[in-house]
Design a protein around this ligand. Structure first.
Ligand code: SF4
Length: 341
């Protein structure tokens, strides 16, 4: 054995210990997660072989594809520094009121035709409280459940338990709510509501009996320790799935000057999230094309078992057919139908 290999051996042993812990299903400790920041590029390659095994153990070779429609856009009174839909910023993000039922259902059918298994209806604003809007949404959910095989999801802001129960009765399968960033970084990102408000919305959905998809946005000036903080917080919330977004700085927003996260840091972040939360469905959503470019397939080795396909809230995504080809070329299976009905 050469001297350099001998010197590296203890690190690979340590990585193996972490992987074995994750393979047991519990996830690594906060302290262990913090140390992932020190891994070199070569050590990360070794780590990704392990995170791939963790993904395969808990999620097999399926890759879930989720789609969204931005059903109501812009004019939001909240001030979230990353978001081009906040009325505090001058951006060229589209502005329109809630789409009608037919248009939402048509988007869902289009997503199903491209191979999505879950469809999420996303609206801008603090929360959806308007009775007419809620009724439109309930009708759209009922029709999507009746006319497609899609699972339904909504992302509607800081919702009350009562309104979420109504949506559940209409057929809502899942509620999405990002915590955005770690509690200790939150006031650097959002100035009009608190981290506790975000957490309350997650608790409300749980109280309404709806599985919750809770994630965040990475690359908003947070430290690695703050990424760990968010990953552990999400584990403690016992949620159903984890959407991972990477900031794409939007012109006109408070974060327009930030740089895209480098690819390797993006992969390190996914691996961290997978090792802390081995069992969670993890979707790579906004920023996938920009951060990972022609290395997008590596997100699955780092631990992701899903992607958001098609277009994102205010920016274009890559052609869904290319996503399916990429997944199949890796010997993985795009999940074309709901597996939880
Ligand atoms: S992230 Fe949501 S709440 Fe914040 S400004 Fe954008 S649309 Fe409004």
């Amino acid at each position: 054995m050469t001297e350099s290999v001998a010197q590296e051996a203890p690190r690979t042993l340590w990585i193996d210990t972490l992987i074995n812990k994750a393979l047991e299903g519990e996830g690594i400790s906060r302290q262990e997660a913090l140390e992932l920041e020190t891994l070199t590029a070569a050590e990360l390659e070794f780590l990704f072989d392990g995170t791939r095994r963790v993904r395969e153990k808990f999620h097999g070779r399926d890759v879930k594809i989720c789609s969204i429609v931005n059903a109501k856009s812009g004019r939001c009174p909240e001030v979230c520094g990353f978001c081009s839909q906040s009325s505090a910023f001058e951006t060229d993000s589209p502005e329109y009121p809630l789409m009608d039922v037919d248009a939402i259902v048509a988007s869902a059918k289009e997503a199903e035709a491209f191979g999505s298994n879950e469809f999420s209806i996303v609206t801008s604003g603090t929360a959806m409280t308007d009775r007419t809007e809620l009724d439109t949404l309930k009708q759209a959910i009922r029709r999507i459940k009746a006319e497609t095989k899609l699972e339904t999801c909504c992302s509607l802001g800081l919702m009350s338990t009562e309104h979420l129960k109504e949506l559940k009765e209409a057929g809502l399968d899942r509620f999405h709510h990002n915590l955005e960033t770690a509690a200790s970084h939150f006031d650097q990102v959002v100035s009009t509501h608190s981290y506790n408000d975000e957490k309350r919305a997650v608790e409300n959905a749980k109280e309404a009996g709806i599985p919750v998809c809770v994630g965040g946005i990475f690359g908003m000036g947070e430290s690695f320790a703050q990424r760990v903080e968010l990953a552990v917080d999400i584990r403690e919330l016992e949620t159903a799935s984890f959407p991972v977004n990477f900031l794409k700085p939007q012109p006109g927003t408070a974060m327009e000057h930030l740089e895209l996260m480098p690819t390797l840091e993006g992969l390190r972040t996914i691996a961290l999230l997978r090792l802390v939360n081995p069992r969670l469905d993890m979707f790579v959503c906004g920023g996938r094309e920009e951060v990972f470019g022609n290395q997008q397939e590596k997100v699955f080795s780092a631990g992701a078992n899903g992607i958001l396909g098609g277009n994102y809230l205010t920016t274009k995504g890559q052609d869904p057919k290319r996503d399916i080809e990429m997944i199949e070329s890796l010997g993985l299976t795009p999940v074309l139908e709901s597996t939880t009905k």
